[in-house]
Design a binder for this molecule. Structure first.
Ligand code: SF4
Length: 555
């Protein structure tokens, strides 16, 4: 294989193909179903084979054979945090001299980077694996290897190994930097893919109907389980500890002008509906110097938008403090590394860019952080702050470590302290035991708080979560009705918010010639500004808003 390819190769930037909110984490999470791709296949300038020498009659010259680079395809499902993992995996692939392909059929190895936050995400991941397997069965790529990574592989390695013989290799969250090495190791083994041992058609049908691993497991077809000796689950370690560093090779899958920077991994909160800490482990922050080095490099490359992500962005740095931080610890720069100090340092980086905060837990907000954002012009006037509910009893049952009083007070301080701030939040409806009165109080709060951006999620009963075992599970039809009711209130608010922008002059980041976003619009999850005249992609423009269309603005 050839020499390493550098990080963040400009060879190809693949815009997200589909976006979706992630309901379980409750965090507003972009869904990037990315099919990674790159340049067309290049033959490897490898060694030509030597013909055998025959003294009497020279053997006919065999055509020079060129060793082909291994081609790797990627399907990344789930949130932005998973997308960063996909980028790191592809970085390791390039580092090993392999090639990235956007064509699943072309790929020698197809990686499916799965999501397992909620049942529907698991189902989507399983469908993607089965689809990939069916595709290789129907095409001439029967030798294609399927690797499954991401949260599903991390959490359900054993079940996948036992019940999905279609999968050739499983890798966990700690192994994302080792994908290239793992592929090399696996391909060097002689043998075929697990094409010979598919789950039966009946099994596939049942798998598709079954919502998740660990849920109603008896519905799975395990007839192929005895034939899974080829599946290698050795690459999944039980408790993930990995966090990326600034020099981790990475092949960005976002547009060239916008990047996600993962500042921490894991979560210490005990939210009763959530299984993320079980999958992603305890909160662990990157060193500030590592984050700043990465941002400097991205800005130098021309990136205009830095999106700071983690499971709990406001807790950033607190795990590095000499003295332990409590579950409601406010951001406090006198105690050690923290988000406020990080934002001040980012502000000092030269260049025209904005930095956006995603996934901030309400428990850790402090006046210091609010003042910092107000002072730092490069921090977008936008805060993503998942609240999940407003009723005190619901918040307690959700184990959100916040209260109605705290949330109402915080929203008042955010709006007063950061003029022009756009707030994005998410709420869960139909949590176990939610009464009509509690739901009505949530509707009243939505109507009065008037969030600029809001996502509503129907509670999803996650196997392994505390809430899954709670009495008072709400019927689906009730959840659906509550969802529709909450969304109809927010739809009206969002349209009023959009109409109120007409006539204002806004700084916009151009995503496509006729589509841009303001500071109030995070990539993938928020509305767009439709441009009447084409503008240069990847640049900031300042334009007057002339109209609105539903949630979107027109300029
Ligand atoms: S446990 Fe952590 S990741 Fe899960 S919803 Fe709570 S804060 Fe978010």
């Amino acid at each position: 294989m050839e020499a390493a390819v550098s990080t963040n190769s400009p060879v190809a930037r693949i815009p997200p193909m589909a976006d979706r909110m992630d309901p379980l984490c409750g965090e507003s999470v972009p869904q990037n179903n990315c099919r990674a791709g790159a340049s067309p296949a290049e033959p490897h300038a490898g060694q030509a084979e030597r013909s055998a020498y025959n003294k009497r009659a020279p053997a006919p010259r065999r055509p020079r054979q060129r060793a082909q680079k291994t081609k790797v395809g990627m399907i990344s499902l789930g949130c932005a945090k998973n997308l960063v993992d996909a980028e790191i995996m592809l970085g390791s692939v390039l580092e090993r001299g392999m090639e990235i392909t956007s064509s699943a059929e072309d790929a020698d190895v197809l990686v499916i980077n799965t999501c397992a936050f909620i049942d529907s995400a698991k189902e989507e991941s399983i469908d993607a694996i089965l689809e990939a397997h069916q595709r290789r069965s129907l095409t001439k790529r029967r030798d294609q290897r399927i690797i499954v990574s991401g949260c599903l592989a991390q959490r359900f390695a054993r079940e996948l190994r036992e019940q999905m013989p279609e999968v050739d290799v499983l890798i966990g969250l700690d192994q994302v930097t080792r994908l290239g090495e793992i592929i090399e190791k696996f391909l060097s083994k002689r043998g075929t893919s697990n094409i010979q041992h598919p789950t039966s058609h009946a099994g596939i049908a049942r798998l598709a109907r079954t919502s998740a691993f660990g849920v109603r497991r008896s519905m799975f077809d395990v007839s192929a389980a005895s034939e899974t000796e080829d599946v290698d689950a050795d690459f999944v370690t039980p408790r993930p500890r990995y966090i990326p560093d600034y020099d981790t090779p990475r092949f960005r899958l976002t547009p060239a002008h916008s990047a996600y920077v993962k500042i921490a991994e894991g979560c210490n909160h005990p939210c009763s509906f959530c299984v993320i800490p079980q999958m992603r482990g305890r909160h662990r922050s990157r060193e500030p110097g590592s984050v700043l080095a990465e941002i400097r490099a991205l800005v130098a490359e021309g990136v205009r938008e830095i999106n700071l992500i983690s499971q709990d962005t406001t807790y950033y740095g607190m795990d590095l403090w000499p003295e332990k931080a409590g579950p409601r610890q406010p951001v406090d720069s006198s105690r050690g590394p923290n988000l406020s100090s990080l934002l001040h340092a980012i502000q000092e980086i030269g260049g025209d860019f904005w930095v956006r905060l995603l996934y901030t837990h309400p428990a850790h907000w402090s006046d210091e952080l609010i003042t910092t954002i107000a002072e730092c012009g490069k921090v977008a006037r936008y805060i993503d702050i998942p609240l999940q509910h407003i009723d005190g009893t619901m918040l307690q049952k959700m184990r959100r470590e916040t209260s109605r009083e705290h949330i109402e007070d915080l929203i008042g301080r955010l709006r007063a302290g950061i003029p022009g701030i756009a707030l994005r939040t998410t709420f869960i409806v139909g949590f176990p035991g939610e009464t009509e009165a509690q739901f009505e109080s949530l509707l009243d709060f939505i109507a009065s708080a008037r969030f600029e951006r809001l996502g509503i999620f129907k509670y999803s009963q996650e196997e392994g979560s505390r809430a899954a075992r709670m009495p008072g599970q709400i019927p689906t039809r009730v959840k659906n009705a509550r969802y529709r009711k909450a969304m109809s209130i927010q739809r009206e608010i969002a349209q009023q918010v959009a109409r109120a922008q007409i006539g204002s002059q806004l700084k916009l980041l151009v995503d496509q010639p006729h589509s841009a976003r303001s500071e109030a619009d995070a990539p993938d999850v928020d509305p767009q500004v439709i441009l009447n005249e084409p503008a240069p992609v990847g640049e900031f423009v300042c334009l007057k808003i002339t109209g609105s269309r539903g949630y979107d603005l027109i300029a």
